[in-house]
Design a protein around this ligand. Sequence first.
Ligand SMILES: Cc1ncc(COP(=O)(O)O)c(C=O)c1O
Length: 391
Amino acid sequence: MTQSIAAPRLSKKIQSLQGGAESSFVRMVRMASSVPDLISLGRGDPDVPTPPHIVEAALRVIQSQRVNYTAPVGMPELREAIAHKLKVENGLTYDPATEVIVTAGAQEAMSVVMQTLLDPGDEVLLPDPYYTAYEMAIGLTGGVVKRVPTAAEDDFEVKVDAIEACITPRSRVLVLVSPNNPTGAVISAATLAQIAELVLKHNLIVISDELYEKIIFDGAEAPSIVHLPGMFERTIIINGFSKTYCMTGFRVGYLAGPAALVTPMQEVHHTLTICAPTASQHAALAALTGSQDCVIEIVGIFAARRRVLLDALTRAGIPYPQPAGAFFAFADIRKTGLTSADFAMKALTEAAVLVFPGTQYGPGGEGFLRISYLAEPSAIETAVARLGDVF
Ligand SMILES: Cc1ncc(COP(=O)(O)O)c(C=O)c1O
């Protein structure tokens, strides 16, 4: 019998990672598209326009009709601008030729790093709840996610004891995302000092995802572990332009780390994307070299909306741990007795509000909802009032 070419033939890896099924994220977004009068506080995608000088830089390249590949690791001027930013703002010295790679968003950087560092069975310590793409990026290499529990009572800051309890002889990499998506948590200098000691003791590599570096409020600080003794040699910083400059669709980010780790990543990156989109690289260059007033303006808009969201949650009687950064609240719905998935589905179907269940970000998110504040203040207030009714 001839077999249909359409017969599913999924790899065991994909089947084990997602059962070949639609993810809850895709399902909710699909369902939301047919909900009338929907207010979306779902995706982490800013609705604030990209600053005009950044858009114009991309347009100039497109209009030149010369939109060619760049060097695989990124335009030299952009790598230099990134190294300059890291020097001036972060006090870090990276060689733009060998220690910086421009990627198609921080998202690609995550995959490049995992593909380069992990062998099948190697374990990655991932504080839970986590940005879900890490789980897939690790799983696709045959690596194993070791979820490190965090607690609402600690405002979801990861603790050294919790990390240590998850360490085994196969532990290779520790992922730190501060400020964090989905919880908004930051990791304090004191906690980082303890973590750095543990990292040295167990010879781990650290991935420090600093994408929300500038999206931080009320005087909170999110120091980077890379500054601590012995950490520069074993830390890969992942960062990008999506959130700080409202450039999500441009798809440009970067990774930086010591040449011994980053040079082998060049070919992995080349295989995945050849190079980050050329017009977007020019836009990113304009973002870094232009006035940074736009960042102050953008973060100001987020800060005002955050206040609107947190005040509305308080009025609705929905508790939440303090989010220090990123653009989410992680609302605590435990006292309703509903699962996160059931509450989010009720919110969608009965209240026409799209928010994501905490469990979409790992089992540690059970009892919580991720609510973004990337909408007009009046829409945020209406949405939270509707959520209050469900609550
Ligand atoms: C923690 C974190 N890392 C990486 C990414 C990917 O961002 P980018 O748009 O730069 O690919 C996101 C996107 O939401 C994120 O929240």
